[in-house]
Design a protein around this ligand. Structure first.
Ligand SMILES: Nc1ncnc2c1ncn2[C@@H]1O[C@H](COP(=O)(O)OP(=O)(O)OP(=O)(O)O)[C@@H](O)[C@H]1O
Ligand SMILES: Nc1ncnc2c1ncn2[C@@H]1O[C@H](COP(=O)(O)OP(=O)(O)OP(=O)(O)O)[C@@H](O)[C@H]1O
Ligand SMILES: [Mg+2]
Ligand SMILES: [Mg+2]
Lengths: 227, 227
């Protein structure tokens, strides 16, 4: 159960304030499947970064299951993030000197998982995203869509309770994109809360809950029948 | 007039050769509008990098207007590229410490253009891609789709004879994406050769010439009525 109240994020550019998020309110139920759409620059990634505890608002509150996250210190926020949230970045943020396998296993290494548990989980998710035959490739040896899929695999390898996906199919052809959407939706059907920022209208309409942002604000927020 | 004959690109990964391009043949007429589509990992960016003189094939030839580019030394290839080719990278490749204006003006600075000519051209293309109000922002202060549009503006600011676009709308909403497509097509209508790699079927079908790649090879290559 996620609760955002009165979220604001303002950047100062020269004299002019730039309101990336304005008085944003939003609730997300545990296990919900939410899509977030809107024009380039409207604040979608900024919102997702707040949800992912990667950024702090200038004002307002963000409660996860009753915990007031803005009142936690950085170590507590990091622990909450590590233990609950998987994040697929719009710009992937992979580690260039690690290969695909090592990039995906990194969250498990940090969590102290055994070598055997890591190998099983990593090979499973690499196979789900169609990259088992690329596990030894480093980012410089992968295509754009392959990089995107490594980022997706890394975000899901520990089955986080909350999965935040920032434009997860932007570099994928129709067929790979569909496979990825199936992977994400299967996780959601297992109870994982799924928030997908997307420019793809077809993907956005698959969510039962659809949010539209313009200029830092939520302008539409509707629940639909699934699919 | 571009002519590719027998292009091969092979990577050695451990023991196994990976054929990123296999015996590829292709002609592109001056002023043609070509789309290139195909699965993630099929070799589209590799092909575009060859066309952009950013990479060399292991075998085969690439003629531009009769010039055998594989026989040129690196300085000659760089000059040919600088004077004729604009490239929109799938991963943007902007310079982090320069702002949007400075990133876009860079080709003109390198070409020795005057301050006044640079300002007029840069502000014009920034306005075409809808980013005039972001010219002072550095890449770290821009959204994903804004970064993409800066990369596009940089590629077109000197009106290159050949424009190579690697997934130019992947991070854009429908409306910004349409604006960008209009910008690219207007340049093509002025005589610029336009090659667009895309996963967006709607964009791909707008080209009069449509190429499909699978596994390093061209499997379809058709000319259609425009639009
Ligand atoms: N550090 C910053 N300083 C100033 N402005 C910023 C900064 N970061 C983001 N912005 C601005 O905040 C706005 C929202 O950015 P955000 O990345 O959330 O947009 P977005 O909806 O994800 O866009 P896209 O669809 O292009 O990815 C943008 O207009 C951007 O220029
Ligand atoms: N340096 C490298 N070493 C080994 N393999 C590589 C290297 N660079 C690319 N590859 C492989 O070559 C193939 C073609 O890559 P390319 O980037 O051209 O694909 P693409 O069609 O652009 O894919 P996408 O749609 O995902 O961007 C991929 O399968 C990739 O893994
Ligand atoms: Mg974004
Ligand atoms: Mg590519």
């Amino acid at each position: 159960m996620i609760q955002l109240r009165g979220l604001n994020k303002t950047y100062q550019m020269g004299g002019q304030p730039l309101h990336a998020l304005r008085d944003l309110d939003m609730d997300i139920q545990t296990g919900e499947y939410v899509s977030v759409m809107g024009p380039s620059g409207s604040g979608k990634s900024t919102l997702l970064n707040m949800l992912g505890l990667l950024d702090r608002p200038d004002s307002g509150s963000y409660h996860i299951n009753g915990i007031a996250t803005e009142q936690l210190v950085e170590e507590q926020r990091a622990a909450l993030r590590r233990d609950n949230i998987g994040f697929i970045f719009q710009a992937f943020h992979l580690i260039g000197r690690l290969n695909a396998f090592e990039n995906v296993e990194l969250p498990m290494v940090l969590a102290g998982e055994t070598t055997r548990a890591r190998r099983e989980a990593v090979e499973h998710v690499l196979q789900l995203v169609g990259l088992l035959d690329r596990k030894h490739h480093r980012p410089g040896q992968l295509s754009g869509g392959q990089l995107q899929r490594v980022a997706i695999a890394r975000a899901i390898v520990m089955k986080p309770r909350i999965l935040l996906a920032d434009e997860p199919t932007g570099n994928l052809d129709q067929s790979s994109g569909r496979d990825i959407v199936n992977v994400l939706e299967n996780l959601n059907s297992e109870g994982i809360t799924l928030v997908v920022v997307t420019h793809d209208g077809n993907l956005g309409q698959r969510a039962q809950r659809r949010v539209r942002m313009v200029d830092g604000q939520i302008v539409e927020d509707e629940r639909h029948a699934p699919g």
